[in-house]
Design a protein around this ligand. Structure first.
Ligand SMILES: CC(C)(COP(=O)(O)OP(=O)(O)OC[C@H]1O[C@@H](n2cnc3c(N)ncnc32)[C@H](O)[C@@H]1OP(=O)(O)O)[C@@H](O)C(=O)NCCC(=O)NCCS
Length: 399
């Protein structure tokens, strides 16, 4: 495995900073390619231009892109001492023309950060993601950008800021004409050590597991055999929030039971020592989230199992990236009263059956699992998923 992984964007800079699952999937794809072909050369992944749509979809939540800019491209040739850099931090909230002018010309972007948070008072968390140009590292600019963003989070009334630290570290390569080399030119900051120095504490470690699709016959047989314990449940599948799923009887009751299970999962998915927002998500809020995926051109595929009363007892969802060859499985949850009876296996079996029927061109499926979530890790391992990287979730409480 290489120490640094690349995500290639065929276009401009801000667009590829979109979602973390996308990042994980890109990495999984990269590593899977290596495993398959024994190659170490770069395999580019195209990421659609979606930043503007993503910003525009932020109604209840705030999504911001901050760019650290060098005034002149020529400054890159000089030493920091000589250039007297005055970093300009620019905030963009869905202002399309501003994004366009920055990406198409001067000044040069040397660092960027995305910040997102829920505007609701009950929510205390904000999420930060920062990248710095390799040639501008080590002179305090990354720290400057992060501190700017922390004060911004405080001003928004949020108290906790969270960031993700990937291991092995990740880097982006901007493939526009300005980059002639094959080197990654943007590195994720802070590094693990820098995060600790800046007051961030690691609260949870997840394993990024992935495997290639389609499943082999013996894996399908294993799933079918394990799932046979839970064969009496009705199988449902739907895209985005398209309730009612085709076979469900009372759509309102199905939707309500879906939200009950979804909110349960919010509390039950292991969070380690992380502070989490545990307020109830309404169907209306869930629908708004779905709009984000739709606007970004990502398919969100849901599968569920319902009991005789129509109550959803198991659920899984998958984010399918543009191009439909890569996907990330987001959530797997079984209702509390029905755990340990084979429904975890059954929902995975139904998920894969349904993906094969509807997204037969998928090549890579990735998923994140908390390092101590033994039952889901056991299921995934038996299905041929293996570790590609780790991600530590680090939080800082702002005083
Ligand atoms: C994770 C979850 C979906 C599993 O569902 P479930 O109905 O309990 O799972 P099943 O009964 O189908 O299977 C669990 C498997 O894990 C195995 N398992 C359980 N504890 C284990 C442990 N400590 N070590 C190894 N394997 C373990 C079981 O033996 C079983 O496998 P088997 O049938 O081959 O014996 C469920 O516990 C859940 O909803 N948890 C909360 C949400 C969550 O954490 N989701 C996953 C993160 S996305």
């Amino acid at each position: 495995m290489t120490n640094v992984v690349y995500l290639c964007d065929t276009n401009t800079l801000p667009d590829f900073s979109m979602t973390h699952p996308l990042f994980a999937a890109a990495v999984a794809l990269r590593v899977a390619w290596e495993e398959e072909n024994g190659e170490s050369e770069l395999h580019p992944i195209t990421v659609e231009r979606t930043w503007q749509q993503w910003c525009q979809a932020s109604k209840d939540g705030q999504k911001e892109l901050w760019l650290l800019l060098a005034k002149e491209e020529s400054e890159l040739a000089s030493t920091p001492e000589q250039t007297q850099i005055t970093p300009r931090v620019q905030e963009i909230n869905g202002a399309e023309d501003e994004v366009a002018s920055i990406t198409s010309g001067q000044p040069k972007v040397i660092g960027l950060a995305t910040l997102s948070y829920d505007k609701k008072d009950e929510s205390q968390l904000a999420f930060l993601w920062t990248l710095m140009a390799k040639s501008w590292r080590g002179i305090g600019l990354g720290k400057h950008l992060i501190e700017k963003l922390e004060s911004r989070v405080k001003a928004a009334g949020k108290t906790i800021i969270e960031t993700k630290l990937y291991s092995p570290p990740v880097a982006f390569q901007n493939t526009d004409s300005s980059n002639q080399s094959n080197e990654p030119d943007f590195l994720q900051v802070p590094s693990n050590e820098e995060a600790i120095k800046l007051g961030y504490k690691i609260g949870l470690i997840e394993i990024v597991n992935a495997r290639q699709l389609p499943l082999e016959e013996n894996t399908k047989n294993l799933l079918a055999q394990k799932a046979s314990r839970a064969s009496k449940y009705e199988k449902l599948a739907w895209s985005y929030d398209h309730f009612p799923p085709t076979k469900a009887g009372d759509s309102a009751a199905t939707a309500a039971s879906f939200m009950r299970l979804f909110n349960q999962s919010n509390q039950d998915v292991p969070a380690g020592d992380l502070a989490v927002d545990n307020y109830e998500i309404s169907l209306a809020t869930y629908r708004k989230w779905m709009e984000h995926y739709q606007l970004a051109g990502h398919e969100l595929w849901h599968v569920a199992l319902a009991d005789e009363q129509g109550e959803i007892v198991a659920f899984a969802d998958v984010e399918i990236y543009p191009g439909k060859t890569q996907a990330h499985q987001k959530l797997t949850v079984v209702s509390r009263h029905a755990r340990g009876l084979g429904l975890g296996w059954a929902i995975k079996a139904w998920l894969h059956e349904s993906l094969e029927q509807n997204f037969g061109q998928l090549k890579i499926l990735s998923t994140n699992n908390a390092i101590d979530n033994y039952s889901i890790l056991a299921i995934n391992e038996a299905m041929g998923f293996s570790e590609k990287m780790r991600v530590a979730f680090a939080q800082k409480t702002l005083s």
